[in-house]
Ligand binder design. Sequence first.
Ligand SMILES: [Zn+2]
Length: 334
Amino acid sequence: MRSATLPNPNRMTLLVLREAGQPAKQMHMSKPLIIAVPLVAILSISGLIISLQLQSNQTIARLEGQLQSQNLKFEAVVSDKNAAIERLQNEVISLSSQSQDMMNRMERVAELEDQLQKFIEKYGESDSSALSNLSALSLKGLDVDDPNEQLGVGGEFIAVHENEIEQLAEHTKDQFLEMNAMLDEMEKNVPLTLKRAKQTQYSLSGTPSEWPTLSKRLTSNFGYRTDPFTGRASFHAGIDIGAKQGDPVYAAAAGEVITTAQDNSHGKYIIIQHPGGLQSWYLHLSKISVSEGDFIKKGQTIGQVGNTGRSTGPHLHFEIVKNGKTIDPLPYLQ
Ligand SMILES: [Zn+2]
């Protein structure tokens, strides 16, 4: 049989050459197998590559998804932060404007305190003319803006730089420091001014200007006259006001009651010492309603009209004593 030597078109021979001196090795294989083996190898490598690629694509997609959601979160945080910064900037602006308002008002208050001090310096002494000048103290500087009032505002919008806001905040801080210093100063000065104002008020209200009775009927003036008892020329040290028995007698000014007494000449009488140095005397009373040492207000009832002592009928004898001498009371009385 020659069939074994006949070349088979479906078979191929692989000749493997080895080291020198070693015989070559022949391998007989079928043709389809020769093609199939590398093909399978190529296919399986390709499959591996494709599956690796698919896997990495999935990983990339997952990472991209994560990254995207992270980005969204960051964007949300950033936009929150921006809104917060804008709010803070607006607050700085509002605070600065409030601080400016407060500063202006404090300056006006300080100015008023200054005016008050000048007023006290000018009218501090006991002087009846000062009474009418009390209203000279103008308080019109203290008109405070109503915060509820709708203010008409407008104008072009001009964006501000962050640096400007920082400067504004810095300036506002300075203003608060300045206001603090002003408040310290005022805290120190205002009580002193108030004390001086009270002294001034006390001394002003100590000027005997209040008419001492309901009746304004003058029966005898201050000065020389014919004595009603002796008919001889004499000096009348006060004024006589004819009034009804029991009518109230008012203090002509604030002061301290230094004498309440009775004698044949004065009858029942009261002497009040006023802070400006003047004294007022009230004679021939039917009743005394105050005690020595009492501090009384201007216009306060101190007793009742009477006819005690050297008197011809119910009346009030009213005197003002200045530096130990009687003076005409009429110029003092309203
Ligand atoms: Zn008299």
